[in-house]
Design a protein around this ligand. Structure first.
Ligand SMILES: NC(=O)c1ccc[n+]([C@@H]2O[C@H](COP(=O)([O-])OP(=O)(O)OC[C@H]3O[C@@H](n4cnc5c(N)ncnc54)[C@H](OP(=O)(O)O)[C@@H]3O)[C@@H](O)[C@H]2O)c1
Length: 359
C-alpha cells in the first residue's frame, strides 16, 4: 500500500524539505527530530508531520516509525544509521554514506545482519536521459566503453566571503567537493560503466580562509542571505580544511578509463561516454537531452521515451521495503563510492595511483 511505510526524519535543514516532499507523496511521515527542536517543529508544521521529537533516541524509540531518513551533516550519518538499524528500522541516508570506507562497511554489514532495507540519495539515477544511456550501454549496440568523463560542479562557494560552515570542516564533512559533489559522479560511473579499480586524484583548495559566522542558518537560507547581502560578515576568518576542487582519473575493472571533476567554486554538469561505435554526451542544463555521435556525423539528440514513472529519490528504497528486494542504490553502493573516495584521498596524499578496496 502506498502509505504503509511510516517515516521518521532526522535532520530538518535545507535538503530535508526535498526529502519531506518526496516522503509525503509516497509514504507516511510520522515524526521528525533535529539538533534544535525549533527546526524540527518548523519542518513538521510545513509538511504536517504529527510528532516532533526532542532528540534522535526519542524518534528511534517510536513504534510508529518503520524507516528513518537521515539529512544531517556527514559525520552523523554513521552513528545515526547504526542506532536506527539497531532499533530495527530501515534506513535511507543522504550522501556521502559515511566519513570513510570502514564506517560505510560497518553500516552495510549491520544492515545485512539485521535484514534491514537501506537506500542512499543518488539523484543522477533519476534523469530519464541517463536511464536510457544506462540501457544503451548495457544492450551493447554502442560497443565497449572506452572513456567516461564527467563534471559535477556548483559554484555556491566561489565568493571568498561565503562563511565557514560545517561543509568546510573535516571533522563534520570529511572531504569537500569530493564527498559532497564528486560522489554523485562516482556513483554514476559505477552505474553506467562498472566497478572502478584504480584512482589517481588531486584535491585542491583555493579559498583557504573564510569568515567565521556563528549564525545557524540552514544551507539554502545562508546562500540566499549571502546572495542578497543580508549577512553581517565578520572580519575574523577561520581555516578551510577540505578541497574546493577534486580531479580524479579512473581505471575501471572492464578496461575503460575515466575522469571526474567536481568543484564548489565553478558550475558545470556534464557527462560523456565514448564507446567503440558511438559517443554520448549529456548536459543537465538546457533540457538535459542525451546527444549521440556515431562517426563523422554531428551530435544528434537521442529520442528519450516519455516515462510513465515519476520516481523520486526515495522510490527505490520504498519499493525495496514493500517488495522485500535490494535494488540499487543501497548502502552497498554508498560503500562502493566511499571506497573510491578513500582511494582518491590516499592518491592525493601519496601522488600515486591507488587500488580501490574491493567490497
Ligand atoms: N544542500 C543541498 O543542496 C544538498 C543536496 C544534496 C544532498 N545534501 C546532503 O544533505 C545532508 C544535509 O545537508 P543540508 O544542506 O540539508 O545541511 P543543513 O542545511 O546544514 O542541515 C543540516 C541539518 O542537520 C541537523 N543536525 C545537525 N546536527 C544534528 C544532530 N546532532 N542531530 C540531529 N540533527 C542534526 C541540523 O539541525 P538544526 O536544524 O537544528 O540546525 C539541520 O537540520 C548532507 O549529507 C548533504 O551532503 C545536501
Amino acid at each position: 500500500m502506498k502509505d504503509s511505510v511510516r517515516i521518521g526524519m532526522i535532520g530538518a535543514g535545507h535538503i530535508a524539505h526535498s526529502h519531506a516532499e518526496a516522503w509525503r507523496k509516497e509514504a507516511s511521515l510520522t515524526a521528525v527530530a533535529s539538533r534544535r527542536i525549533e527546526s524540527a517543529r518548523s519542518l513538521a508544521d510545513r509538511y504536517g508531520i504529527p510528532h516532533v521529537c526532542r532528540d534522535v533516541d526519542e524518534l528511534l524509540n517510536r513504534s510508529d516509525v518503520d524507516a528513518v531518513g537521515i539529512t544531517t551533516p556527514h559525520h552523523l550519518h554513521h552513528p545515526i544509521a547504526l542506532a536506527a538499524l539497531n532499533a530495527g528500522k530501515s534506513v535511507f541516508s543522504e550522501k556521502p554514506l559515511a566519513m570513510n570506507g570502514s564506517q560505510a562497511r560497518e553500516m552495510w554489514l549491520a544492515a545485512r545482519r539485521y535484514g534491514a532495507k537501506t537506500g542512499i540519495q543518488s539523484g543522477l539515477r533519476l534523469f530519464s536521459a541517463l536511464r536510457l544511456l544506462s540501457r544503451l550501454l548495457r544492450d551493447g549496440t554502442a560497443g565497449r566503453v572506452h572513456t567516461f568523463d564527467a563534471h559535477w560542479s556548483f559554484d555556491w562557494a566561489r565568493q571568498p566571503d561565503f562563511p565557514l560552515t560545517w561543509r568546510f570542516r573535516r571533522a563534520e564533512a570529511g572531504t569537500g567537493a569530493l564527498g559532497d559533489l564528486g560522489v554523485y559522479m562516482i556513483d554514476a560511473a559505477r552505474w553506467l560503466v562498472g566497478e572502478i579499480s584504480q584512482v589517481n586524484a588531486e584535491l585542491a583548495l583555493y579559498v583557504t580562509h573564510r569568515p567565521l559566522l556563528t549564525a545557524e542558518d540552514h544551507f539554502g537560507e545562508l546562500r540566499r542571505k549571502h546572495r542578497e547581502g543580508e549577512l553581517d560578515i565578520p572580519r575574523e576568518t577561520g581555516q578551510v580544511e577540505n578541497d574546493d576542487v577534486c580531479q580524479l582519473m579512473l581505471r575501471f575493472e572492464n578496461g575503460a578509463r575515466g575522469s571526474i571533476r567536481a568543484s564548489r567554486l565553478h558550475q558545470e554538469h556534464t557527462l560523456r561516454v565514448d564507446c567503440e561505435r558511438t559517443s554520448y554526451f549529456w548536459q543537465m542544463e538546457g533540457g538535459g537531452d542525451l546527444m549521440e555521435r556515431a562517426s563523422d556525423d554531428k551530435y544528434m539528440p537521442v529520442w528519450v521515451p516519455a516515462t510513465s514513472h515519476d520516481d523520486s529519490i526515495v522510490t527505490t528504497f520504498l519499493d525495496n521495503i514493500r517488495q522485500d528486494r535490494d535494488e540499487a542504490p543501497t548502502f552497498r553502493d554508498g560503500l562502493a563510492a566511499q571506497l573510491v573516495i578513500d582511494a582518491a584521498v590516499e592518491s592525493n596524499d601519496t601522488g600515486r595511483w591507488v587500488e580501490v578496496e574491493r567490497i
